[in-house]
Design a protein around this ligand. Structure first.
Ligand code: GAL
Length: 415
């Protein structure tokens, strides 16, 4: 009996010692910060670029729970869920105040049922649920940010059933970006729930150089606008964004993606031809595909774009190699992306305002010169026979997107 008591006291003493050592290690200013830990890895999520819908591009700060529920319903009803769109993400402006203990709450006027109920609803539709916060004192929409509340917020998100966090960079003062994002990544890990981590610091601190160890996707540019080219207010055109994101190809791969921002398809500022180019360029760049339109007002032409499974298959290709521009002749460009089946996607892209004949060859797509390839047009949904090159006329601001399959792989595919 005496022996048992002594053992018990010893065990308690060991635990107290262990806890205080851990606590002082956490407080130790010389401790390696999580961002500098050489063994650090991200969370193992997002083997292919995340797909879903986000409230910001269409609804901005006017978002509310009815809009989010409706989006979840429409993602299922339109067939988008079946095509791979899984995450329903509320962007900025869902927040209310922090409670007396510092926990974040939802805006009671816009989200009267609370975020947990909304997440449950999204999950009941077979989808995943995402939310937004900011590494600074406030979000860009001036709601409470997560700075100083990282662990509390991560815990709250996990309790609500959050599967995806977009984490912005407004009002961060002199914070070190890598450190700030690593801290939230630690908090998310500690919450015990798998949560895809979307880093949104607009490419200001070259996140492609450090963020693969911290999160699953990182914005490479400032905000996208619903227009073709040039800056409008602070927003960039889709062509400008493609140009900024393209040279970063080497940094992307399974679990860690360059994010050239969310889709503007269907928001009314561009033609269907331009929206097809937008979607194709994003697929060539292995970009996350987050639709940003009002899914209740989707024309058949827009649905044909967002639901083009052949283009989505390129985006989601499991090899995860981001495509590159391989040639440029004035407004005529070729972009190529190697695919897991040994084939490649090839984009004939006309930036100009006149129709343009564009030549392509097997060598442009990384095959031996003269190699015979099965050629499929991913917008016409049509096989174009076999060829080792050709010339095709591309509409102004348009694309032709081809999937090229080497003859041997074709035979294998046909069994
Ligand atoms: C920006 C971000 C946008 C959107 C917005 C919300 O910083 O790039 O995608 O999240 O904040 O206020």
């Amino acid at each position: 009996m005496m022996m048992m008591r002594a053992l018990g006291r010893f065990a308690v003493a060991v635990m107290v010692l262990l806890q205080s050592t851990l606590a002082s290690a956490q407080l130790d200013p010389n401790r390696t910060p999580p961002s500098l830990d050489p063994a650090r890895t991200a969370n193992g999520l997002a083997p292919t670029p995340p797909m879903g819908w986000n409230s910001w591009n269409r609804f901005g700060c006017e978002v509310n729970e009815a809009i989010v529920r409706k989006a979840a319903d429409r993602i299922v009803a339109t067939g988008m869920a079946g095509a791979g769109y899984r995450f329903v993400v509320i962007d900025d402006c869902w927040h209310g105040k922090r409670d007396g203990a510092g926990f974040i709450t939802a805006d009671p006027a816009r989200f009267p049922s609370g975020i947990k109920a909304l997440a449950d609803y999204v999950h009941s539709r077979g989808l995943k649920f995402g939310i937004y916060s900011d590494a600074g004192a406030m979000t860009c929409g001036k709601r409470p940010g997560s700075q100083g509340h990282e662990y509390q917020d991560a815990l709250t998100y996990a309790r609500w059933g959050v599967d995806y966090l977009k984490y912005d960079w407004c009002y961060t003062g002199s914070r070190n970006a890598e450190e700030a994002y690593a801290l939230m990544a630690e908090a998310l890990k500690a919450s015990g729930r798998p949560i895809v981590f979307s880093i949104c610091e607009w490419g200001q601190n070259q996140p492609w150089k450090w963020a693969a160890r911290i999160g699953n996707l990182w914005r490479t540019t400032g905000d996208i606008g619903d227009h073709w080219q040039g800056k409008r207010d602070w927003r960039l055109g889709i062509v400008d964004i493609a140009d900024l994101n393209e040279p970063l190809a080497a940094y992307a791969g399974p679990g860690h993606w360059n994010d050239p921002d969310m889709l503007e398809i269907g928001n009314g500022g561009m033609s269907d031809t331009e929206y097809r180019s937008h979607f194709s360029l994003w697929a060539m760049m292995a970009a996350p595909l987050m639709a940003g339109n009002d899914l209740d007002r989707m024309t058949p032409a827009l649905a044909d774009i967002l639901l083009n499974r052949e283009v989505i298959a390129v985006d989601q290709d499991r090899l995860g190699r981001q495509g590159r521009r391989v040639s440029r002749d004035g407004d005529a460009e070729l972009w190529a992306r190697p695919l897991a089946d040994g084939g490649a996607a090839l984009l004939l892209f006309n930036r100009g305002s006149r129709a343009r004949a564009i030549d392509w060859s097997a060598a442009d797509a990384g095959f031996a010169p003269g190699a015979r390839l099965g050629v499929r047009d991913l917008w016409a949904h049509r096989a174009l026979g076999s060829a080792s090159g050709g010339r095709l006329t591309v509409a102004p601001h348009g694309v032709i997107m081809l999937r090229l399959t080497p003859a041997s792989a074709e035979r294998t595919h046909r069994g």
